[in-house]
Design a protein around this ligand. Structure first.
Ligand code: SF4
Length: 402
């Protein structure tokens, strides 16, 4: 199935003035002014990333194509439990109706930023979900739509798969009003995504029927704007995501927490952080879950080269924060490392302090808490606004809270 993108960023990675991917080595990093000495293994992986980027650039497969294969999922499939860190304190089921993702983020936490595979959408996913909702309705569970792909993207919207999934929740709560299932959506969707109609319903219509049983958390990154146009090729522009948040709020749908990742460490300064909190504040967002970019040396190869195209100094800073041998064990998943621990801790404190000025609370991933020894005094498991981890609102389980 072919489709037209709902949002398509102006910047085209294949026609970036004066840019083409290249093989980089120690000398190239030195030429940029980096001071760290990555070990041989890291350089090997970094160069494999350069090679992969050059090959996919030549093959025009750096970003997803506008096609999706639609088929069925085996209805005996179990839903995955969202437990990246094997420490997640809430039992959350993942709702993932597409293999791959149309948004095509070049830092993607799921695919490490590689999108040269065909997208595959499950047209019968709602049928898989219905019995599982009933089976677990007596237990408090979030259903995370979606941890492994974008919930509201062209393959789920133009096929009606997203609408069917939402209708399944609507039917479930009509049949079992006391069910303890709750729908958690974290999404890069813009307002146009919420207005896509299928079978007589728009997404926002269906959200309205799930008021009190769901939350819509916008997902935004913190990086230079021109870089975002390249790293999130089919992501909605930030103003459109904020418009989606405001529409949800107008309709009484819980939408006042933001997933803020990835945050580019090299981009942060007082002005950037002030503008960021102003943006959250003016959109009535009262909680955020920050996460600094976690990236493998391979993925850093293309993110670094694209950042260098706009700002070589920021690229130098990024390489120094991620390629240092002493930081190799600060690893979240696969080979994805986070920046230097001390640097992270200092900046989490700054984020929390600035957030408090705007009355905005902070929740963090349990992995971050463990890695940085963040105690519950600094950030309680459930914070002052009822938020936990990714920005799960614990009060959603309390009758008639929202
Ligand atoms: S929206 Fe999420 S799942 Fe999709 S490409 Fe971006 S990071 Fe990956």
């Amino acid at each position: 199935m072919e489709f037209k993108p709902i949002y398509c960023n102006a910047s085209d990675i294949y026609n970036l003035d004066g840019f083409s991917p290249r093989m980089m080595g120690r000398n190239d990093l030195k030429a940029l002014g980096t001071t760290v000495e990555p070990d041989d293994k890291t350089i090997e992986i970094f160069q494999a990333g350069c090679r992969s980027f050059m090959d996919r650039y030549a093959a025009r497969t750096v970003i997803p194509s506008m096609t999706v294969d639609v088929g069925s999922i085996d209805l005996s499939t179990e839903l995955e439990i969202h437990n990246y860190t094997s420490h997640c304190p809430t039992l959350t089921y993942e709702v993932s109706p597409v293999k791959g993702c149309q948004v095509g983020c070049l830092y993607c936490l799921v695919t490490d930023g590689v999108h040269d595979h065909k997208l595959y959408a499950y047209e019968n996913y709602a049928a898989l979900l219905e019995p599982i909702l009933e089976k677990h309705m007596a237990e408090e569970h979030y259903y995370y739509f979606s941890a492994k792909t974008e919930a509201l993207q062209e393959p789920t919207l133009h096929t009606g798969i997203a609408h069917d999934i939402l209708r399944t929740f609507v039917r479930h709560f009509e049949k079992f009003p006391d069910s303890k299932a709750r729908l958690f959506i974290a999404s890069k969707a813009g307002i146009k995504h919420l207005m896509v109609e299928h079978g007589g319903d728009t997404i926002i219509d269906l959200f309205e029927q799930l008021r009190g049983k769901m939350q819509f958390n916008t997902s935004i990154s913190l990086m230079p704007a021109p870089l975002r146009l390249l790293l999130e090729p089919f992501g909605a522009p930030i103003p459109e995501r904020m418009a989606a948040v405001r529409l949800c709020q107008e309709k009484g749908i819980l939408s006042d927490s933001a997933l803020v990742q990835p945050i580019f460490p090299s981009y942060l300064n007082q002005e950037v952080m002030t503008n960021f909190f102003e943006l959250l504040h003016e959109n009535k967002i009262i909680n955020f879950k920050p996460e600094f970019l976690t990236v493998s040396p391979a993925t850093l190869a293309w993110i670094g080269q694209l950042l260098e195209h706009f700002d070589p100094e920021q690229a130098r800073a990024l390489y120094d924060l991620y390629l240092a041998p002493e930081n190799k064990d600060h690893c979240k998943q696969r080979r994805r490392t986070a920046p230097d621990r001390d640097w992270c801790m200092e900046n989490f404190r700054t984020f929390q302090k600035m957030g408090r000025i705007y009355g905005i609370s902070m929740s963090i991933c349990y992995w971050v808490r463990k890695e940085l020894n963040i105690d519950t005094h600094m950030i309680p498991i459930v914070n002052e606004n009822g938020y936990q981890c990714l920005g799960y609102q614990r009060r959603l389980f309390e009758p008639s809270v929202v």
